[in-house]
Design a protein around this ligand. Structure first.
Ligand code: ZN
Length: 274
């Protein structure tokens, strides 16, 4: 047992709110990855879809690990080329499957630019409408599209009511200018922190983490990507969540257990775990 294990065992159970366990990267040892997560104190995971096939795969994982793995369903912006409204129907049908807690990941990506912008916009707005209709929170992907993402989310959230108005979704792996993050927080959104908060060049992300209300922060790995230090360069996995909790604790100068507990309670509130 190393120091990290003993620390995590003493912590309240944590939730990896964004992990692509269905990806090929885990094909060889998925059960072991999930077992290591539990051993590290990560009791639950949310597996977002990036297209129809991966949304289905997430639901299959949720069925195989009930109460441990949950799913989000939706089209990632990079999967929206040729989007038509008929694409919503299978997502609507999947959204009522056991273990589905969110529509996601959805949003805009101007970095890869794999899908034409009009298709990205159409898919993003249509999926936001679907989330409102189904009363499900959203998981938002934003890469170099902060202005447009925040503007669209503000106008969407402004029309909501009830539980969804209180907690409409999360800016996953938050990366945006501080004033835009402020606007998202003001609109009720949560913000998710990933491995990059442990990177040397991430002062801006750490400033956002220091300033955000404690009741709005989540932790996530985004595995297999965005691996935290000291494992950077290798495959990411949910057992590394305590490394992100530790960094948040040091940034906010709060006890580890308080960050572990707050981020879990926040995820339970947003995704309505009981
Ligand atoms: Zn992701």
């Amino acid at each position: 047992m190393n120091a990290q294990d003993s620390t995590s065992r003493a912590l309240p159970p944590m939730i990896d709110t964004h992990i692509h366990l269905n990806f090929d990267a885990y094909d060889e040892d998925r059960d072991a990855v999930i077992a290591r997560a539990a051993a590290a104190g990560v009791a639950r995971c949310i597996n977002p879809g990036v297209d129809l096939e991966t949304s289905r795969a997430g639901i299959d994982l949720a069925a195989a690990y009930p109460g441990v793995i949950y799913a989000a369903v939706g089209y990632h912006p990079n999967s929206t080329a040729g989007f038509a409204r008929a694409w919503l129907e299978p997502i609507r049908a999947l959204a009522s499957s056991p273990g589905v807690v969110s529509i996601g990941e959805i949003g805009l990506d101007y970095y890869w630019d794999k899908s034409p912008k009009p298709d990205q916009f159409a898919a993003f707005e249509a999926q936001l409408e679907l989330a409102a209709e189904l009363n499900l929170p959203v998981i938002i992907h934003n890469r170099e599209a902060s202005e447009d993402v925040i503007r669209i989310l503000e106008s969407w959230a402004g029309e909501l009511s009830g539980t969804l108005r209180e907690a409409p979704g999360v800016l996953h792996s938050v990366s945006a200018p501080a004033e835009l993050v402020e606007r998202a927080l003001a609109a009720g959104f949560y913000i998710g922190f990933t491995g990059p908060i442990t990177y040397k060049n991430a002062d801006q992300t750490r400033r956002i983490a220091a300033a955000a209300p404690l009741e709005r922060i989540l932790v996530e790995t985004d595995g297999p990507f965005l691996t935290p230090v000291p494992h950077r360069g290798k495959r990411n996995e949910p057992a590394y969540i305590p490394l992100i909790v530790e960094r948040l604790a040091s940034v906010r100068q709060l006890p580890l257990a308080q960050i572990a507990e707050a981020t879990t309670v926040n995820a339970e509130r947003l995704f309505r775990f009981t």
